[in-house]
Design a binder for this molecule. Structure first.
Ligand SMILES: Cc1cc2nc3c(=O)[nH]c(=O)nc-3n(C[C@H](O)[C@H](O)[C@H](O)COP(=O)(O)O)c2cc1C
Ligand SMILES: Nc1ncnc2c1ncn2[C@@H]1O[C@H](COP(=O)(O)OP(=O)(O)OP(=O)(O)O)[C@@H](O)[C@H]1O
Length: 355
């Protein structure tokens, strides 16, 4: 099975660990529920593409453990697949979704209703005990979920199976690139998380500085916490969400606002001129962002924390310039941590680079 072989051959031990535990969740689901009563919620996004291949691998391993003789037959997994299609989906997402289900022989049911009504209809027509979903920690709807989580109160009853709940943005890209599987072309154009055509633009952090109009591929985003930076905040109940069946076409104009905090005593003393803050404002303006506020603050954790605290609730992004080096006076990160009420620690990614 090519996915299993690719991950096993990889030198990325973190990927192998994540893969093993996700495939274990998939196998558990196949052991717990009748195959015909499980669905796979697929929308052509990167997370659901990862999930598709994990399900294929989990199905293969599940079958292999029961029937060694016919493993070749299990390269694909004919699992009931549901896609909530909306008029405001990107055409690239639609075509990737349809191509993929055809490539992997997935029986597809396209639902043209919002999630809740669509699931109510699905459960009325077909017994559905469990649904595989590509939710990950960090998604706004992941809060409080576990790998097996019953649907929320007020939703039709089924088990949400979230095999990649603990995967990071980087794990997703390590997997897709290691397994060399196809993913939607929008990710190569700087989109890092995809909602509707009305609320999603390429991630400004991937903007190519040598050519302001082009964007680097999604896998080059170094800080996965910013994967949703290209998605507008939902402003009102009529705005177009990713399942925005009730949206009015074209009604929403995306406008993002940022603030820039320049940290440095030397700038306040007037001994050094700030060039980076000004260049950043220019760049943001060129890509259509509004800069609502620029502040210069001293090298003090509390000053940075207060400024970040003020800006983070009003702007889509807050940029910090200065105070990020290795000296004791470089306190920007500590200020950000204080503003968010979290402890500073070394990310796995950086530990790996340093070891
Ligand atoms: C199959 C499926 C099941 C869902 N079940 C629930 C649920 O039980 N409770 C809930 O609040 N939202 C549920 N949702 C909605 C999701 O939480 C979320 O809004 C959706 O995946 C869009 O995520 P996005 O905003 O990251 O694009 C479900 C969505 C899908 C596709
Ligand atoms: N329109 C949809 N149809 C079917 N499943 C969906 C739909 N929207 C979301 N889902 C399910 O919810 C999961 C999480 O959605 P989310 O948008 O966070 O991830 P994604 O679309 O796979 O990737 P990305 O974050 O890059 O857009 C998906 O992986 C999929 O399982």
């Amino acid at each position: 099975m090519e996915i299993d072989a690719a991950v096993r051959a990889s030198s990325d031990s973190r990927l192998r660990t994540k893969y093993d535990s996700a495939v274990y969740v998939v196998q558990r689901a196949f052991a717990l529920y009748p195959f015909e009563e499980i669905s796979f919620s697929f929308n052509g996004g990167k997370d659901s593409t990862v999930l598709l291949h994990l399900i294929r691998a989990g199905y293969y391993l599940h079958k292999k453990s029961g029937d060694e003789a016919h493993t070749d037959t299990f390269q694909n997994c004919p699992l009931r697949t549901i896609y909530f299609e909306t008029p405001c989906a990107f055409p690239e997402i639609n075509s990737f979704t349809y191509e993929t289900v055809s490539t992997y022989g997935l029986p597809l049911e396209t639902i043209r209703l919002d999630f809740k009504s669509g699931l109510e209809g699905l459960l009325k027509n077909k017994t559905t005990k469990a649904i595989f979903i590509g939710t990950r920690i960090g998604d706004p709807n992941a809060v409080g979920q576990e790998q097996f989580s019953p649907s929320s109160p007020g939703w039709p009853p089924f088990m949400r199976v979230n095999p990649i709940l603990d995967w990071s943005y980087r794990d997703v890209w390590s997997f897709l690139l290691t397994c060399k599987v196809k993913y939607c072309s929008l990710y190569d154009e700087g989109y890092t998380s995809i909602g509707s055509i009305y609320d999603t633009v390429p991630n400004a952090l991937l903007c190519d500085s040598s050519n302001g109009k082009s964007f680097r591929p999604a896998y080059m985003l170094s800080d996965g916490r910013l994967e949703r930076a290209g998605r507008a905040k939902k402003t009102n109940s009529n705005s177009a969400g990713s399942n925005g069946i009730n949206s009015t076409e074209g009604e929403q104009i995306i406008s993002r606002s940022a603030s820039v905090i320049v940290v440095g005593d030397e700038i306040l003393f007037g001994t050094v001129e700030d060039k980076f803050g000004a260049a950043l404002c220019k760049k943001l303006h060129e890509i259509g962002w509004q800069v609502s506020h620029v502040a210069i603050v001293p090298n003090e954790t509390d000053s940075v924390a207060e400024e970040v605290e003020r800006c983070k609730s009003t702007d889509d992004a807050v940029f910090l310039v200065g105070g990020l080096g290795p000296l004791h006076s470089d306190i920007s990160l500590a200020g950000v941590a204080k503003a968010f009420g979290v402890r500073l620690c070394c990310a796995d990614y950086h530990k790996e680079i340093m070891s």
